[in-house]
Write a protein that binds this ligand. Structure first.
Ligand code: SF4
Ligand code: SF4
Length: 104
């Protein structure tokens, strides 16, 4: 399980680096984030959730039913939109109201 960072979309805000519990994401000399230790990623998805620029793709492994699907997250005000793209080109979207997510 790991992530990929799209350098073209990365704004260098460092939010992903700050939240990664294993300090696996580092900064290039151009100020962009890159995944330095992909094999050590345990898939907590914190970095994906924190990136507000859609620069991080999370690979959903077969062990959690993803079978190679990719997950990206868009942030819109009080909404987190989780986009799942499967290998067969089908897509799924899960919308979370962040104001309600800790309610229960
Ligand atoms: S959170 Fe996103 S935009 Fe910010 S440094 Fe990480 S990848 Fe780049
Ligand atoms: S998914 Fe979690 S462990 Fe993996 S790079 Fe992102 S924050 Fe770090």
């Amino acid at each position: 399980m790991s992530i990929a960072i799209n350098a073209d979309l990365c704004k260098g805000c460092k939010a992903c680096m700050a939240v990664c519990p294993g300090s696996l994401i580092k900064e290039t000399t151009e100020g962009k984030a890159y995944m330095k230790y992909p094999k050590d990623c345990w898939g907590c998805a914190s970095c994906v959730k924190e990136c507000h620029f859609g620069a991080i793709t999370f690979f959903l492994g077969a062990d959690i039913g993803g079978m190679g699907s990719k997950l990206t997250v868009d942030s819109k005000k009080d909404r987190l939109i989780w986009n799942i793209a499967r290998r067969d080109d089908t897509k799924e979207q899960i919308v979370i109201n962040t104001k309600e997510s800790n309610k229960y």
